[in-house]
Ligand binder design. Structure first.
Ligand code: HEM
Length: 495
């Protein structure tokens, strides 16, 4: 492993082990026991074995994930809850993340994207090298705040206390037990700072929660000219379950306000850096692949009018275009997520729960182990359904299932078809799949639609590890994957 960079995102370790020891691929998983730094971890990459603990049966989230997020949310958020409590809150929050509701918020999201476009324009004018991850992160924070709270944070123009405290809080999270993490864990200042950052976060959220609740109380919200935010729809679903007389209504409001906070914090956390990271890698991959960039621009010319300055008004008039009219843009985003999946699920192995190899029928115990769906490895193996796995080929997500007729030009495309079911899983699959995936896809499509024809974005990322030179970079980080060096780039205006 010494040949690989020490800062690489741990999700990719399994892939590098398989590159070094390809004979392990046939097992469908590898076991890494890095005691005392981590509990034994079953990295499962076979798509069928992955379905067994996420879809056929959904194992509870790992104890490690729960303790990692405890300082941030008290483990009372949608990512770490399990059982009936998780089920209840998922149903409360589902309506706000529906495609229909998100599409209705398109004008608000576009308003935030416009600020990002102005930032890119300013960087182009100054000629500076811009680390795109910074502005992309602020943009995604502003978008998630619009969707969830209905509030404008303006964190793209001035650091908002919520963004500041969240970033600080995340920097103290400790996902494993390596020496630097242990130093963090035993630092006596840690609990005091975490208490303080949580206080800042709660104080920053309180006005929006009150606002969303009073909208509900006034009979406003949906159908009354008010924005249907994730929070207002959740309040509606929650309060519908509660007694209607005045005093208990007040109690129910207070109860909702306090129970909703950990979920809101998790939405802000889970909803921003995954999306920002994906945007950075997408710009990078497009810069490295001019034919893909040309095809993307051609799709935008055809669907959104050849004049790029009209894209915003086109999308405001007809936001449905984002859902069903941009197949190549969707394929570019999916291919970026395939190569640089920023997150994955880790479950708690159980007594009596076995993984069964689909071909050999061999059964493997899971008790006492963490069971990790290693999307990075799944996505980088031809045997898992991804031919030419290290290449950036968005076409694979458009390729027809059946081989094309003899002499047909589509023959090459058919070879690329993702041939295995349940193999593409950047958002995970099954009941615990990402609640924000529609939002992330909508947002990314919107940002690409408003930027790729206006700007030339030349990325200069840090080098890639052996075996991944073709990608020109790699993901770093602990809690989720980030572009190495913040994705430095030079921006030029094209039109
Ligand atoms: C490109 C962007 C995104 C990626 C790749 C991504 C990926 C994932 C993955 C892999 C999981 C499963 C995690 C686990 O089981 O521990 C997940 C869950 C989750 N994600 Fe996302 N996510 C993205 C964007 C978002 C956004 C925009 C939100 C906004 C709210 C969000 C909120 C959540 C939540 C709350 C869960 C837990 C769902 C549950 O267990 O019911 N994510 N995401």
């Amino acid at each position: 492993m010494a040949q690989y960079p020490s800062d690489m995102f741990p999700l990719s370790i399994c892939t590098w082990v398989l590159q070094r020891f390809p004979h392990l691929e046939k097992n469908g998983f590898i076991l890494i026991d890095a005691w005392p730094f981590m509990s034994p971890m079953l990295y499962v990459f076979d798509p069928e074995m992955s379905t067994q603990f996420t879809q056929v049966q959904s194992l509870p989230k790992s104890n490690d994930i729960k303790s990692e997020f405890r300082p941030l949310t008290g483990s009372k958020d949608l990512v770490t809850l399990d059982g009936p409590e998780w089920k209840f809150w998922r149903s409360v929050f589902n309506p706000g993340f529906s495609t229909k509701n998100l599409v209705a918020m398109t004008p608000a999201f576009l308003e935030e994207v416009r600020v990002f476009v102005d930032k890119l324009r300013a960087a182009a004018q100054s000629g500076e090298v811009l680390k795109i991850e910074g502005p992309a992160t602020s943009l995604t924070i502003d978008v998630i705040a619009r969707s969830v709270l209905g509030a404008r944070l303006h964190s793209q123009t001035k650091e908002h206390p919520l963004q500041w405290a969240l970033a600080k809080q995340i920097s103290w999270l400790s996902p494993e037990y390596t020496p630097p993490s242990i130093l963090k864990l035993v630092n006596p200042v840690r609990p005091i700072l975490q208490w303080y950052y949580n206080r800042v976060i709660r104080n920053a959220l309180a006005p929006s929660i009150r606002q969303n609740l009073s909208t509900q109380a006034d009979g406003g919200g949906p159908g009354h000219g008010e924005t249907k935010t994730v929070l207002s729809l959740a309040a509606k679903a929650y309060l519908a379950e509660k007694p209607q007389n005045t005093s208990s209504a007040q109690q129910a409001n207070d109860e909702f306000a306090s129970l909703a906070i950990p979920h809101l914090v998790m939405f802000l956390f889970a909803g921003h850096d995954t999306t920002a990271t994906t945007l950075c890698f997408a710009y990078h991959l497009l810069h490295k692949h001019p034919p893909a960039l040309a095809r993307l621009r051609a799709e935008h010319d055809a669907v959104l009018c050849p004049d790029p300055s009209q894209a915003e008004s086109q999308l405001t008039l007809n936001p449905q275009l984002l859902i069903n009219a941009l197949p190549y843009t969707t394929a570019v985003i999916k291919e970026t997520l395939r190569l640089f999946a920023p997150a994955a699920t880790v479950r708690q192995g159980q007594r009596g729960f076995f993984l069964t190899h689909p071909a050999t029928g061999a059964r493997y115990a899971t008790e006492g182990m963490f069971v990790h769906q290693n999307s990075h490895a799944t996505h980088h193996l031809a045997s898992c359904g991804f031919p030419r796995p290290w290449e950036f080929l968005p076409e694979r997500f458009l390729a027809p299932a059946a081989p094309a007729a003899e002499g047909d030009d589509d023959d090459d495309a058919a070879q690329l078809h993702v041939s295995r079911k349940n193999a593409f899983r950047p958002f995970e699959l099954g009941p615990r799949a990402c609640i924000g995936q529609e939002l992330a896809l909508l947002e990314l499509k919107m940002i690409l639609a408003l930027t790729v024809r206006v700007f030339e974005i030349e990325t200069y990322p840090a080098g890639a590890p052996a075996g991944a030179e073709v990608l020109g970079t790699y993901a770093v980080g602990h809690v989720s994957g980030h572009p190495k060096g913040g994705m430095p780039a030079r921006v030029r205006v094209r039109v």
